[in-house]
Ligand binder design. Structure first.
Ligand SMILES: [Zn+2]
Length: 80
């Protein structure tokens, strides 16, 4: 897995995507948290999102979290 597999999400696409996933209201209410550090996810710090265990997980753009995400990807625990 490489960095290209993690798609950058642009603002206009983001709302549509979150809407489709049914988590836009939560996002707007600041209820979505980074899977790793539990920081509140906003359009400013959202790095990527992925499905896991029937749920949508979000990852913020902190270096540590991005590293954790690439570890999971490398180990094949998640698929984007
Ligand atoms: Zn984080």
């Amino acid at each position: 897995m490489n960095k290209e597999s993690i798609k950058a999400i642009h603002d206009q696409d983001l709302e549509m995507l979150l809407e489709r996933l049914g988590i836009l209201p939560k996002f707007k209410n600041g209820k979505l948290k980074c899977k790793f550090c539990k920081a509140t996810i906003t359009s400013e710090n959202l790095h990527s999102l992925f499905p896991q265990s029937g749920d949508i997980k979000l990852v913020c753009d902190r270096v540590e979290c991005v590293k954790e995400l690439s570890n999971l990807l490398r180990e094949g625990k998640i698929l984007l």
